[in-house]
Design a protein around this ligand. Structure first.
Ligand code: SF4
Length: 61
């Protein structure tokens, strides 16, 4: 399950990048980007979503 970020709510606090550096990164444009990998660590995404101050991390359905 790939995570999605609602970029219009994201405040670039980088908590998600710190918690899951293999999943989230800041791209050259200065926005959070989801890395294209085979399998996403669901627990790590959940932790990032829980700690995201803007509640803007979701799972793709
Ligand atoms: S934790 Fe949430 S608000 Fe912070 S950078 Fe990640 S997506 Fe944006």
């Amino acid at each position: 399950m790939k995570p999605i970020i609602n970029l219009s709510d994201c405040v670039l606090c980088e908590i998600c990048v710190e918690l899951c550096p293999k999943i989230f990164k800041i791209n050259k444009a200065g926005f959070i980007e989801i890395l294209d990998i085979k399998e996403y660590d669901k627990d790590c995404i959940k932790e990032a979503a829980t700690n995201c101050p803007e509640d803007c991390i979701f799972f793709e359905v």
